[in-house]
Design a protein around this ligand. Sequence first.
Ligand code: PEP
Length: 247
Amino acid sequence: MARKFFVGGNFKCNGSLASIKTIVDGLNQADLPSDVDVVIAPPAPYLHWAKEHITGNVAIAAQNIYDKESGAYTGEISVSQIKDVGATWVILGHSERRTLLSESDEFVASKTKFALDNGVSVILCIGESKEEREAGKTLEVCNRELDAVVAVVKDWSNIVIAYEPIWAIGTGLASTPEDAQETHKGIREHLAKVLSPEQSEAIRILYGGSVNGKNATSFKDCPDIDGFLVGGASLKPEFVDIIKSRS
Ligand code: PEP
């Protein structure tokens, strides 16, 4: 089955109105291929501005939501608020939140369910640490993180998985295409067992971790890699090269 190529840009906690304007202007001026789903995730204060100014077929993602509708949750952002300002996606389970903010698998799963139940699609991040990889636990960790979501969500048609080995994020040390493909294949096999072969075949699994304008094409022949989640390089003009890397 042909899965549509997907490229997400995770700006993380970077940027200003001026720098995000430069990125949005660059995307507006680029001739982006129509056969790629492109999603950008600016920091929350800029979501509305980005939605108002992006002209092409580029969707907007928030970098987080809370699993409650509204109320006394100081500092949190609700799913209805991100929808109100035009976001249709949310990134959940990023390793920076799992590690720095101690987000549990169950909390990520709860937020995933809440987003989906409220009509927002989810980029669900999973991935192992260096120590876990060295201990041969890559798939065990990924499957555990996935299973927490499987326990509460049965329809995965609005989820895109981002496999992001923690050791590759922001380090300049991207996984080799061979290693990433092997893990993506293992993830897909696991999903076939715990969800269904049909859902497993349809779901897009992105690779994330030091993808840039130069190495993106090297993942071209990996049958289970359906796109990228890009951090640092999404802030630079080379993001367009990544979007075009399958063209
Ligand atoms: C990320 O944080 O989602 C990411 C992939 O970062 P980078 O591309 O900078 O490694």
